[in-house]
Design a protein around this ligand. Structure first.
Ligand SMILES: [Zn+2]
Length: 273
């Protein structure tokens, strides 16, 4: 013979005397059907008090899965952006301390001020322009590292290497989809795009990707470096358009002069031209 829930509870040692469904609804958070019970406690210090509990809601579980997913994404991003393929070996140790600030005092000060004034609510861009080896990338890496030390997120990425990375996501065995890679670039507090307009990367698909990234980064902090002169940019319609897009809300930092990396090899008394 069937006994009612209340009868069973009444015969046992349970402290509960009354329990009934007081509400049934679809949870807005997880879209599951939820039953809410109200229970009156019979014994003990809480006797007579009503306690509500619910079954069927999966919000907590979904939140936990989401959190785990987020952690996994973060770990994967870290693997991908810490990957040796995205930064030149010579830049790994670059920082403000080992930059030759006497040669480029204005550029150095601009970079240091950029870190000092960094404010997520007030985005600003820098554009380091100059011939190969003047320390543009060195200063950009220094800024990126200094901001990470301050708790911001930053990605420094050589544009040609990024293109290779994006292309590799088209491979069906790729660990990540292009969209995930791009989302990471869009979200980060500071993005450094190193070596814009590198050889062979000034046309069609490449320039389209550069546009896409720069468009999505509008209203955020960005640093660009390039070996190209302004005339080089003006030489084609695509690069001219890219250049004018880059220069929106951007402070140019011109770094001319002797090759920064060759300098240490000059003997005493030799002149820099
Ligand atoms: Zn729910």
């Amino acid at each position: 013979m069937l006994q009612s829930f209340r009868e069973v509870l009444g015969k046992g040692k349970s402290t509960i005397t009354d329990s009934s469904i007081t509400k049934e609804y679809t949870c807005k958070g997880c879209n599951s059907q939820v039953k809410e019970f109200t229970t009156v406690i019979a014994l003990g210090p809480m006797a007579g008090e009503k306690v509500t509990s619910k079954i069927g809601c999966n919000c907590k579980l979904y939140e936990q899965i989401k959190q785990e997913q987020k952690e996994a994404d973060k770990a994967r991003m870290k693997r991908i952006f810490d990957d040796n393929s995205l930064i030149n070996k010579s830049l790994k140790k670059a920082n403000f301390k080992n930059f030759e600030q006497d040669r480029f005092p204005v550029a150095y000060k601009t970079a240091a001020d950029y870190v000092r004034n960094f404010d997520l609510a007030d985005p600003a861009n820098l554009f380091f322009q100059g011939p190969f080896g003047t320390g543009k990338s060195h200063l950009s890496v220094s800024i990126s590292k200094a901001l990470v030390a301050l708790g911001y997120s930053s990605i420094f990425i050589s544009l040609p290497r990024l293109y290779t990375k994006i292309r590799s996501t088209y491979n069906k065995d790729s660990e990540m989809a292009e969209d995930q890679l791009m989302q990471a670039l869009f979200k980060v507090d500071l993005l450094v795009l190193d070596d814009i307009g590198a050889e062979g990367e000034t046309k069609g698909w490449s320039i389209g990707k550069a546009f896409e990234i720069i468009d999505q980064r509008s209203g955020k902090h960005n640093i660009y470096t390039t070996n190209l002169s302004s005339d080089d940019f003006e030489s084609s319609r695509d690069t001219a358009r890219l250049f004018s897009r880059i220069m929106e809300n951007t402070e140019p930092v011109i770094m001319n002069g002797t090759d920064y990396r060759k300098r240490r090899f000059l003997k005493a008394g030799e002149q820099h031209v």
